[in-house]
Design a protein around this ligand. Structure first.
Ligand SMILES: [Zn+2]
Length: 235
């Protein structure tokens, strides 16, 4: 099983699906992680170029916590993600062809901010375009149109999962991964009084409450041909 998870910012996958990715790793899947934006505007004091470097590093540390080494950034500046950008689409197609995923996870089309929604569309379009032989990318050959799962929105607002993954055994890894994002977590705690680790643990607990386990993550399958499957593809 090969899994490609594409988040917008470094830390988005940690928030919504890191418990699931940790389970995939435990079950022997090959997991590739990508964030499209570099997170360079995610701070009120640290300047963008410095923050960009910090956040790309934090994402690698977070992925290492769940045993994932394949971490890619498409390095787009925050608030500049455009699904219709032809060069960005080509980067996404190349990523998909390299990963050859059996399943893809990304943002819900209705998530709370513009860049997240653009990434959702970019992944949807890119994973289709990857199947088109004469659309050329540095990686040769095509990829099949993989089933696509949308991960939870921030705080679960407006998102009713169709499938749940029990992450009771991996929630601590998930939180440890998220905690690697010091530039975000420490800042929110010191300056806004928000304990974001507790925030995310609570959301994961709530999905667990809904599905009858201690902790869970929720997903919806993209309802577009030919991405639906009779198989259980999530852990
Ligand atoms: Zn984000």
């Amino acid at each position: 099983m090969k899994v490609l998870a594409v988040g917008c910012h470094p830390d988005d996958l940690e928030i919504a699906c890191f418990g699931t990715l940790a389970r995939y790793v435990r079950e022997g899947a090959r997991v590739s992680i990508c964030h499209v934006a570099n997170g360079n505007l995610g701070h009120a004091v640290i300047h963008p170029e410095k923050l960009r470097r910090i956040r790309i590093g934090e994402a690698k540390e977070a992925a290492a916590r769940i045993g994932v080494k394949d971490v890619v950034t498409l390095d787009v500046g925050d608030l500049e993600v455009r699904a219709k950008d032809a060069a960005l689409l080509r980067l996404m197609v190349d990523l998909v062809r390299r990963a050859q995923p059996d399943v893809i996870i990304t943002h819900d089309p209705n998530d709370y901010m513009q860049d997240h929604r653009e990434v959702s569309q970019l992944v949807f379009d890119g994973s289709f375009s990857a199947s088109v032989p004469f659309y050329e990318t540095p990686t040769k050959g095509t990829a099949g149109i993989a089933p696509l799962f949308y991960m939870d929105t921030l705080a679960g607002v407006g998102f009713l999962p169709e499938q749940y993954v029990d992450v009771s055994d991996t929630v601590d890894l998930k939180i440890a991964g998220l905690a690697e994002h010091h530039s975000q977590i420490d800042w929110m705690k010191e300056h806004d009084g928000i304990d974001f680790l507790e925030f995310v643990r609570t959301c994961t607990r709530f999905r667990g409450l809904q599905s009858g386990v201690a902790y869970a993550e929720g997903f919806r399958a993209s309802p577009a041909w030919p991405r639906l499957s009779t198989k259980r593809l999530l852990p």
